[in-house]
Each structure stands twice: as structure tokens, then as C-alpha cells.
Design a protein around this ligand. Structure first.
Ligand code: AMP
Length: 417
């Protein structure tokens, strides 16, 4: 029978077969970030639209065309979060976190929403891991954040990873540089694509991203921000590069690296994988020294990044095996209720155990035990005794039900597991 309903375009179900690979990423991230002093934060899935308009930037593609915005019953404009940084900074300000010892180091994991054209690696609901260090301008924080994402991708064995690194300078230099770039683009206006020309004043940096041949030619001669950094920004950038070198993190300098968000200052970076197609970005971020103030907080510098879970999975393209069950319990009719008692006791003692809940015959239960991938079957008999069967060899021996977990552990020890 054909399904009557299906998920909205650009969204997807995470089915049980996909969840082990996702859990592996989550657990690796949680372990790495918590052991580096980052604490997990969760913010709402929707917020006042203005948080994103201000926090992402009104000239960005995200705010101009990709937000899922709706009015609630009280006429307030709300938006499904398109990214995490603005929400985390809103939370930092709302909860007075500037009074805590700085920096405040946070990370999060969850769904995000953008109205984009769906394709491989690009969805309308996708998932990100996000990491932020708010309240320090030290290049150590930039390097730490980049190293943590680098090491996570390495631990997960994501193939073909490359790190592109740049600096956008501080806001004052960026403004001066922007004017210079606008003037340069105006002087070559006729050669640019219509889209770039229409947005020269709004977002001249995006011209570096264009794949229009005429525009690319113009951009080859364009001034870059790396040539215009102030001494202190250049020094900051040198320190970040030195720290990455010392940590053995390779990078490619990219003076034209343009991140999609308006608020970046100084360091910007992006990790890509050559195992991905057109959507090659695994994750990226940078420093956003003006954002907390933009959201009504104190002048507080910060650095952060976001990485896409679906992109990481796509680059990995390898199924993750779930840990097998220790045992599947097979019971005759008279022992059905006892089977749940045995399973519960074994589970409470730490074993992974399953049993039939659908009234199958013993033969059906054996089949189910086989299908479940369990290492063993615990077979109960009408007389209250039990046997332990090795599902690989079929060998069968008596089992003391009070010691089911001890028995499994002894077997594991013998097998050297
Ligand atoms: P951004 O917040 O745009 O810097 O995105 C950070 C990362 O999230 C990107 O590098 C992608 O890995 C992932 N990402 C962004 N947008 C999408 C999307 N629409 N679908 C899937 N992943 C995405």
C-alpha cells in the first residue's frame, strides 16, 4: 500500500539503520569537547525573528531568502533557527554569562532549518554540531576551536579533509577594505554577472564566490583583505597560524574565504572534503567580535564554528555496525512471563538482552534470535531450567539463570573481548 503521507521536501526521517553512525559522531564530539572544557547548551528551535536578522546579518542569503519565518497566534514573528551562533549569543546575554569566568565555552548539537534547494548534502532540516568560545580575543581560542574540529574529523576518519584559513580583519579595516572593493567592482562593473552587480553595495565580498567567468577574471585582480590587515590583526593571524603549525594542523591560506554570515571578524576557516560533490563544506566558522554587542550585550569577542552532520556522514559513506546483543531469550508458552523477568534482571545487571513480544512459536523465536544478530540464545524450558546456545557454533550447554550475566562475562573473558 502506498503511503498517504511523506515528509516535506528537503527533510528526512532518521531510520534505525542510520542512527548508529549518527550516535558515533555525537559521542565522539561530546567526549572531545567536554574533555576540553566545553559545556553543552540547548537553545529553542524557534526564536524571535530579530535574533537572526541581527545575529546572522540582514544582507546574508540566510536572512534574505532561507528562513522559515511564521507568525504565532499573538502576531509575533518567529523563525526556525537557521544556525546556532546567534541563539547562543542571545542566551549568553540573556543569562548574564559575561559575569562568569571568561571565556564561556559552549557546544551544541541539533536540527537547523534553511529553505534551500534540496540536493545531496543540502537539506531544509539538517543537523549541526556547533562550538563557541565567548569572551576572549586570544588566538589560543581560535586555534583551540579549529584543532577540536580538525581532531574530531580525524578521529571519525573523514576522508580527503582540507582546511582553508583566512582573516577578515577587524570591523574598521573591513569597512575601509569594503569601500575599496566596492570602488574596484564599480570600476569593472560591465564585466560582472548581473547578480554580483546588483549586490555590489549590499555584499561586495560575495563577488569572490561567483562562478561567473567574467566576474572571476575581475576578482583575480581584486584587492584582498589579507593585504590590508592592521598590525594587530596581522599579528593575531600569525599567532593562529603558528599555533596550528605547532599542533600539526595543515591548512591552505585563502585570502578570498567568504563565510555566509555577516558578523565574522579576523579568523575565518572552512573544512572541506574531496569525498563530497558540489556541497564540499564539512563545517566552518570564525571569530565574531561584534556579535554579542549587536545582540544587546557587552563588547565581548568570540570564536566559533558549525559542522554539518549529514555532510560528515556523506563523506564517510560507511555503515556503522551496531554492537550485537549479548543474548536473545527464547521461551516456551509456559515461560513467557518469566522470560521478561530474566531479561529485566539481566538488563539491570548491564547485559544487552532482547526477547519476543509478539507471541511467536519457539521455532519463530529462534529465527528471531538469529535475525537479531545476538551472540547467544538463552533457551528456557517448561521445567524451569535453561540452556545457553552459542549462535555461531550452535553449541549448547546448561545455564544457571541466576548467573546469566556472570556467564556472559566469563565467555567474553575467554574470547579475549
Ligand atoms: P554554515 O552555518 O552555513 O557555516 O554551515 C555550517 C555547516 O553546516 C556547513 O559546512 C555544512 O556542513 C552544514 N550545512 C549548512 N547548510 C546545510 C544544509 N542546508 N543542509 C545540510 N548541511 C548544511
Amino acid at each position: 500500500m502506498a503511503a498517504k503521507f511523506s515528509v516535506p521536501r528537503g527533510t528526512f526521517d532518521v531510520l534505525p539503520a542510520d542512527s548508529a553512525a549518527r550516535a558515533r559522531i555525537y559521542l565522539a564530539a561530546a567526549r572531545a569537547f567536554e574533555s576540553a572544557g566545553y559545556k553543552r547548551i540547548e537553545t529553542p528551535v524557534f526564536e524571535d525573528t530579530e535574533v537572526f536578522e541581527r545575529g546572522v546579518g540582514s544582507s546574508t542569503d540566510i536572512v534574505q531568502k532561507e528562513m522559515f519565518t511564521f507568525e504565532d497566534q499573538g502576531g509575533r514573528s518567529l523563525t526556525l533557527r537557521p544556525e546556532a551562533t546567534a541563539s547562543i549569543c542571545r542566551a549568553y546575554v540573556e543569562h548574564g554569562m559575561h559575569k562568569l569566568p571568561q571565556p564561556v565555552k559552549l557546544w551544541c548539537w541539533g536540527p537547523f532549518f534553511r529553505h534551500e534547494r534540496p540536493q545531496a548534502g543540502r537539506h531544509r532540516q539538517f543537523h549541526q554540531i556547533d562550538l563557541e568560545a565567548i569572551g576572549t580575543d586570544s588566538p589560543l581560542a581560535d586555534a583551540e576551536a579549529i584543532i577540536l574540529l580538525h581532531d574530531l574529523l580525524h578521529e571519525l576518519a573523514v576522508p580527503g579533509v582540507e582546511l582553508r584559513l583566512g582573516s577578515l580583519g577587524s570591523i574598521a579595516e573591513r569597512v575601509a577594505y569594503r569601500e575599496e572593493l566596492v570602488a574596484y567592482l564599480r570600476s569593472r562593473e560591465a564585466e560582472l554577472s548581473d547578480e554580483v552587480r546588483a549586490r555590489i553595495d549590499q555584499n561586495p565580498l560575495r563577488a569572490f564566490d561567483s562562478d561567473h567567468e567574467g566576474t572571476r577574471e575581475v576578482m583575480r585582480g581584486a584587492p584582498t583583505i589579507l593585504d590590508r590587515l592592521s598590525d594587530s590583526d596581522a599579528e593575531h593571524f600569525e599567532a593562529v597560524k603558528r599555533l596550528l603549525d605547532e599542533a600539526g594542523v595543515a591548512y591552505v591560506l585563502d585570502p578570498t574565504l567568504v563565510r555566509g554570515l555577516d558578523y565574522y571578524t579576523r579568523t575565518v576557516f572552512e573544512f572541506t572534503s574531496n569525498a563530497l560533490g558540489a556541497q564540499s563544506a564539512l563545517g566552518g566558522g570564525g571569530r565574531y567580535d561584534g556579535l554579542v554587542a549587536e545582540l544587546g550585550g557587552p563588547e565581548v569577542p568570540a570564536i566559533g564554528w558549525a559542522a554539518g552532520i549529514e555532510r560528515i556522514l556523506l563523506a564517510l559513506d560507511a555503515p556503522v555496525e551496531e554492537a550485537p546483543l549479548d543474548a536473545f531469550i527464547v521461551a516456551p508458552e509456559s515461560q513467557r512471563e518469566r522470560a521478561l523477568v530474566v531479561a529485566t534482571e539481566a538488563r539491570r545487571a548491564g547485559a544487552c538482552v532482547d526477547l519476543d513480544l509478539a507471541g511467536r512459536s519457539e521455532k519463530g523465536q529462534m529465527k528471531q534470535a538469529d535475525r537479531s544478530g545476538a551472540d547467544r540464545a538463552v533457551i528456557l524450558s517448561d521445567d524451569g531450567t535453561a540452556r545457553l546456545r552459542d549462535m555461531r557454533t550452535g553449541a549448547d550447554r546448561p545455564l544457571d539463570l541466576d548467573d546469566i550475566v556472570g556467564e556472559i562475562e566469563r565467555e567474553r573473558d575467554e574470547a579475549g573481548l
